[in-house]
Structures are given as structure tokens and as C-alpha cells.
Design a protein around this ligand. Structure first.
Ligand SMILES: [Fe+2]
Ligand SMILES: [Fe+2]
Length: 148
């Protein structure tokens, strides 16, 4: 591995750790959202939020393993998560997290490709598909006329 490739690998490990902290943040955000969501939407949104926790935890576990495999130390810190209380604000905060995550994984996919990490590229694509599914669900929930 050339010095330049090694620098790219170090940067990738650092960035994957940032992603990992955000996946832990997503677990907390969905758990928080399931707990505080109130009003008429609670019965629909609580199970929706709870289901997302499993996906995000799976992403976190994958990233943690991958960081270690690449020679890094997986972070144990979760990213800061906002604490909105209104349903619309909760959904918008989730939408922002998912959108930001997709942008990061598109970038990470390019970095992994440059280093020839095919398995990481493919898994990031799966994760982009998962996050896009989450994002689109939340966008559709926000289409409710009472949120306009
Ligand atoms: Fe995720
Ligand atoms: Fe997600």
C-alpha cells in the first residue's frame, strides 16, 4: 500500500467512525421518538419508530466490525440527537438525520471504491437503500394534511 493509499485508508476509518456515532445516534433518536410521540399518531408511529431501531443497530454493528477489520478502534460515542416533542418536529428531525446519512454514505461509497474495498462498497449500497426507504416513509408520513 502506497503512502497516499494509506492516508486514504486512515481517512476512511475516521469517517466510518463518524458514521458509526451517527448510527448509534439513530438508534437513540428512534427510541426517543417512539417514547415521546403523542396524540392521534402515536399508535401508528410508535411501532414505525421501533422497527427502525433494528435496522440502525444492524448498521452500527456492521460499521463497528468493519472499522476493527480495517485496523481502527470503533467509537463508543453516539452523535448528539435533538429532542423535539411535537409530532411534525419529530418526523422532520428524523428526515434530516436520514437525508444526512444518505449523503455521507454516498461519499463513503466513493472512498471505499477508490481503495478497492468491494464488499464495503456493496454493503454501503445496501445501507443507502435502507436509509432511502426510511427517508421515503417519513416523507410520506409528513404529507399528512395536518402537517401542512
Ligand atoms: Fe442506519
Ligand atoms: Fe435509517
Amino acid at each position: 500500500m502506497t503512502k497516499q493509499q494509506n492516508n486514504k485508508k486512515e481517512q476512511l476509518i475516521k469517517d466510518l467512525n463518524f458514521d458509526l456515532s451517527h448510527e448509534y445516534g439513530a438508534v437513540i433518536q428512534y427510541s426517543y421518538s417512539a417514547s415521546v410521540v403523542s396524540g392521534l399518531y402515536r399508535s401508528a408511529l410508535k411501532p414505525f419508530f421501533e422497527e427502525e431501531i433494528t435496522d440502525e443497530l444492524g448498521h452500527a454493528m456492521y460499521l463497528s466490525e468493519k472499522i476493527k477489520s480495517l485496523g481502527g478502534i470503533p467509537t463508543t460515542k453516539a452523535a448528539e440527537v435533538p429532542q423535539p416533542t411535537e409530532v411534525k418536529d419529530i418526523l422532520e428531525a428524523v428526515l434530516k438525520s436520514e437525508s444526512d446519512t444518505i449523503v455521507r454514505y454516498e461519499e463513503r461509497r466513493k472512498q471505499a471504491e477508490e481503495l478497492g474495498y468491494t464488499e464495503l462498497v456493496v454493503t454501503l449500497e445496501d445501507m443507502i437503500a435502507d436509509e432511502t426507504g426510511h427517508k421515503e416513509e417519513v416523507e410520506r408520513l409528513l404529507l399528512d394534511s395536518r402537517f401542512q
